[in-house]
Design a protein. Structure first.
Length: 339
């Protein structure tokens, strides 16, 4: 008899069911009113006293095995149902979701930062709301200096000392006040000018200005640095520096790159000359170094500045500067970049 029960235990342990019906049949066979287990329990009273203990244990094992199996399979079947309910058909293709894209201004800004960082320039930042000293006076533009009109300024309230910075040269002043030469830094940032908005200009735009101050820095260093930049950024290796005027640099120049005259667009963006202006530059005026606490008899420096929108418009063939600020997703989602 005991062997018979052990066979049932083995059967119960090996049992597998894929449906509730199969499981129910198993339950009835083993645990039902007229099931195997009850038969053996009924048999119990006929068992000789000396075998009762062993017999009892084996039936109990069979009961445990059968009940354990029923619970185990029931749980498995239920969790299958849950999964199906919560996730639907797991073999269906995934739902696509939209990945964001970087703003073209950020892409171009990061490219410029990358290029200059490989030749040792770090990145410096400063406040957008500035005081008169950092935006103008320290840069050799004292009050009533006519050159202040070159950059129409937004003042905050009626206090002429608080304004929105018109260029990131203000960051360079702050950097020179806080650091000693050698200085090699670029200052990217948003700037503000009270100008009429058109396809070519906006009252808010972005600049990247560069500053290099050390012993024996020369105009040749400036030109070579700019040449390296235009090669890396645009793949163009011809630049020219046209004499110009900025109060904070002496001598000063406009930076033109030779864009070429191959296509219709080249004619349009270079106005038929092949040359394209991308920014201003010059040797830092000794007065500016002095204003920032740097010994102008020991050190010289160069500085340059360019508009990020201008460069982004060239890189991507964008015809209207206003597109950058309208946040139209149809425009923005065309830009994908890893940096
Ligand atoms: N700060 C100047 C501007 O905004 C650009 C510039 C920077 C020119 C450095 C010369 C040197 O117009």
């Amino acid at each position: 008899m005991i062997d018979k029960i052990k066979d049932y235990i083995a059967e119960a342990e090996a049992f597998k069911a894929h449906t509730k019906e199969e499981l129910e049949a198993f339950r009835i066979k083993f645990l039902g009113k007229k099931g195997v287990l009850n038969d053996f329990f009924a048999e119990f009273k006929n068992v000789a006293v000396e075998h009762k203990k062993e017999f009892g244990q084996v039936i109990n094992n069979l009961k445990k095995a059968a009940e354990g199996k029923v619970n185990e399979i029931q749980e498995a079947l239920e969790s299958k149902e849950d999964t199906a309910g919560a996730y639907g058909d797991l073999t269906r293709p995934g739902e696509p979701f939209t990945v964001g894209s970087r703003h073209p201004i950020s892409i171009v800004k990061n490219q410029i930062i990358d290029i200059f960082s490989t030749i040792g320039f770090n990145v410096s930042e400063g406040p957008e709301i500035e005081d008169d000293w950092h935006n103008f006076t320290a840069l050799n533009l004292p009050e009533y200096h006519p050159a202040r009109d070159m950059q129409d300024t937004f003042f905050i309230q009626t206090n002429p000392d608080v304004l929105l910075r018109t260029h990131t040269s203000s960051v360079q002043v702050r950097y020179m006040e806080e650091n000693k030469p050698p200085i090699r830094t670029i200052s990217p940032g948003r700037v503000f000018r009270n100008e009429a908005i058109s396809a070519r200009s906006h009252c808010i735009f972005h600049q990247i200005e560069g500053l290099y101050v050390d012993k024996d820095v020369s105009f040749a260093d400036l030109k070579q640095t700019l040449l390296y930049f235009t090669k890396e950024m645009f793949g163009k290796s011809k630049i020219r520096l046209r004499p110009s005027y900025f109060p904070f640099t002496e001598p000063s120049a406009e930076i033109d790159i030779y864009w070429g005259l191959k296509t219709e667009t080249d004619y349009r963006i270079t106005k038929g000359t092949g040359w394209l202006e991308i920014g201003g530059c010059g040797m830092v005026d000794p007065n500016v170094l002095k204003n920032c606490g740097i010994d102008a008899t020991k050190y010289t420096g160069f500085a340059f500045g360019m508009g990020v929108e201008r460069i982004a418009m060239l890189q991507y063939g964008i015809g209207d500067i206003r597109m950058f600020y309208e946040n139209d997703v149809r425009f923005l989602e065309q830009f994908r970049a890893s940096i």
